[in-house]
Write a protein that binds this ligand. Structure first.
Ligand code: TYD
Length: 210
């Protein structure tokens, strides 16, 4: 049975750890699964990621279009195919990130962001989304600690923005969750990561009828 899972949230909330833990659990259970991250996951999308890492002068609109282009390539070349082959696809960020960062964070018209995301995914929405929520101070602290480890591969321009930008994104994510409460589960990211993982695994297992 296929299932499309997205893990969302602010920089430094522990999304990647949770995405990995879920993927490892499913593999152990003998369930076909794949983990992708946005932006990335195809040759084209990794090139776009490189542009986002290295060019500090992109306008918000250019950024938006780059994220959507990377997503379109990933959806077409990887996500759809894996879902057709009954995989569980776990994505570390997806279209909610674009609405939160480019819509709420960069103040681009949210209906335009939504239309572009519809277009780039051909209406492929996750079956279930986990929004890891944490207060901005704690998330920034964690993101700062992580920065030195593999900063070459990270898109740091958003992490380096001011606190008010981060507050806007957190508020955005919470609003998105409220407006899509049949899909989005808010998870308190301040608790132990094994506890969070257990919760995510429980919900995903239920969806898979395990
Ligand atoms: P990345 O280095 O992949 O780290 P992480 O996802 O673990 O935070 O950074 C991706 C950055 O790009 C992150 O700051 C969020 C931002 N982003 C957007 O602004 N819009 C998007 O549509 C996506 C997918 C990410």
């Amino acid at each position: 049975m296929s299932l499309f899972v997205s893990i969302e949230g602010f920089d430094g909330v522990g999304k990647t750890t949770q995405a990995n833990l879920l993927n490892e659990h499913l593999s152990k259970e003998g369930i076909k699964s794949i983990l992708v991250r946005e932006p990335g996951g195809t040759i084209v999308a990794e090139k776009i990621r490189e542009i986002l890492i290295t060019d500090s002068e992109l306008s918000p609109i250019t950024e938006l279009l780059l994220f959507e282009s990377a997503r379109s390539d990933l959806v077409n070349k990887v996500i759809r195919k894996k879902l057709e082959n009954n995989f569980v696809v776990i994505t570390d960020r997806y279209l909610d990130s674009t609405l939160a960062y480019q819509g709420y964070g960069r103040d681009i018209d949210k209906s335009i962001v939504n239309e572009l995301s519809k277009l780039s995914t051909s209406n492929l929405y996750p079956d279930i989304t986990f929004l890891l929520d944490l207060n901005v101070e704690e998330a920034n602290k964690r993101a700062g600690e992580r920065k030195d480890i593999n900063s070459k591969d990270q898109i740091l321009k958003f992490e380096n923005e001011e606190n008010i930008f981060h507050q806007k994104i957190r508020k955005g994510f919470l609003e998105i969750a409220k407006n899509n409460n049949d899909r989005v589960n808010i998870i308190d990211a301040s608790v132990d990561q094994n506890e969070i993982s257990k919760l995510i695994i429980e919900k995903v297992s239920k969806k898979l009828n395990l």
